[in-house]
Design a binder for this molecule. Structure first.
Ligand SMILES: Nc1nc2c(ncn2[C@@H]2O[C@H](COP(=O)(O)OP(=O)(O)OP(=O)(O)O)[C@@H](O)[C@H]2O)c(=O)[nH]1
Length: 204
């Protein structure tokens, strides 16, 4: 069974809880307690595979015992980065988060791999109050090699389900790639050792 860990990050009020709860329950609940951080767990089946999913929804208010961003970056296998299209400051916050994720991946892998990151412009129903253009979100996502969509947690149930499903599929693909790389790496190492020493041993 696969264990997947997803962190939903973004500035205060961007809609992290609304998106998470929408995905988990298909409901939109207007107000959420913002002084508690939650790790939701869900057992589900994706493409015929059984999964145990943990979703981390941090509280924006400073709190004792709260995970630091560094902890969150280490903990999660994938990220949903949320901003509010009617709030430019939330877009700047999302950008800073993407840079932190990219830098931590670069430090860990020494090269850019496709990371399971989805940038989400939430509150699309408020497009009459829009402060961040669709093309700005799209460009930020392209520059950071992540997926992007705009949606409304309040109005778009199916889009929310699709977005979470896509990011979970990317995590699973990344897991598979890591698994594949390991045995083929050790095989080619064995071949190399054999080529170097195996033949020599024969001639002794
Ligand atoms: N119009 C509109 N309002 C939304 C949408 N998503 C969330 N909201 C509202 O935005 C406010 C903040 O939503 P939350 O989900 O609590 O945001 P959060 O990012 O979890 O906020 P913190 O927990 O304080 O960090 C709430 O009043 C929600 O009802 C949306 O798609 N459209």
């Amino acid at each position: 069974m696969n264990e997947l860990k997803l962190a939903v990050l973004g500035s205060r009020g961007a809609g992290k809880s609304a998106l998470t709860v929408r995905f988990l329950t298909r409901r939109f609940i207007g107000e959420y307690a913002s002084n508690s951080e939650c790790i939701y767990t869900k057992h589900f089946c994706l493409d015929g595979r059984q999964m145990n999913l943990e979703i981390y929804d941090p509280c924006s208010q400073p709190r004792q015992g709260k995970l630091s961003l560094t902890d969150e970056l280490h903990w999660a296998d994938g990220f949903v980065i949320v901003y509010d299209i009617s709030d430019r400051a939330s877009f700047a916050f999302a950008k800073a988060l993407l840079y932190r994720i990219r830098d931590s991946h670069l430090a860990a892998c020494k090269r850019v791999v496709e990371s399971a990151v989805f940038l989400v412009g939430n509150k699309q129903d408020l497009c009459h109050l829009r402060e961040v253009g669709w093309d700005e979100g799209q460009k930020l996502a392209m520059d950071n090699k992540c997926q992007f969509c705009e949606l409304s947690a309040a109005e778009h149930c199916q889009e929310v389900m699709t977005m979470f499903t896509k990011v979970l599929r990317t995590i699973i693909t990344n897991f598979k790639m890591k698994e594949k790389r390991r045995p083929s790496g050790s095989k080619s190492m064995a071949k190399l050792i054999n080529n170097m020493f195996g033949k020599r041993r024969k001639s002794v």
